[in-house]
Design a binder for this molecule. Structure first.
Ligand code: FES
Length: 173
């Protein structure tokens, strides 16, 4: 069985038109019943493996459940957690919850827009960051908060955020 890591390696930002390996999806499908109620958890598993929902894998899901394109994309578009485009190498979650909002999260969002030309849900041209706005990251005492990839950062400000993001540009992980 192919690991998530192997799938992630195959979809590096440099390989814009990398072919999708369906192996991981086949394994995931095998582990599920094709009852319609499993559609959402199955889509979640697939997104965990591929980091987004590639159209060719969504086709496999349609066949598996014997459901229409309209139905599956209706579900995908309803839940903001699902992505239909390959995200940047790092998911950048900027907290817009109340505590972070009043402590300047929108100003940080503006700075990110100025430097990387991305708003909520968008990926920068180098495919390094995909920006997501979060409602609360669970550490309001350290507002404003952001999570970049697996790293949590608190008490950030616009300048600190710019420096932080720049430090991810040359990273190998
Ligand atoms: S509101 Fe931002 S961490 Fe809670």
């Amino acid at each position: 069985m192919e690991t998530n890591e192997a799938v992630a390696e195959g979809s590096s930002p440099e390989e814009e038109t990398a072919e999708i390996d369906c192996g991981a999806a086949e394994e995931i499908l095998k582990s599920f019943s094709n009852k319609r109620r499993y559609l959402i958890p199955l889509l979640q598993k697939i997104q965990d493996a591929y980091r987004f929902l590639p159209p060719e894998i969504v086709e496999m899901v349609m066949e598996f459940f014997n459901i229409s394109r309209a139905e599956v994309y209706g579900v995908i578009s309803f839940y903001p957690q699902f992505r239909t485009e390959e995200p940047g190498k790092y998911i950048l979650k900027l907290c817009y919850g109340t505590a972070c909002f009043v402590k300047g999260a929108p100003i940080i969002g503006d700075k990110i827009k100025e430097v990387y030309h991305i708003g909520a849900g968008e990926t920068d041209a180098k495919k390094l960051f995909t920006l997501q706005l979060a409602s609360c990251l669970g550490n309001c005492g350290a507002a404003p908060m952001a999570i970049i990839g697996d790293d949590t950062h608190g008490t950030i400000d616009p300048d600190k955020t710019t420096e932080l993001l720049a430090s991810y540009e040359g990273r190998e992980d």
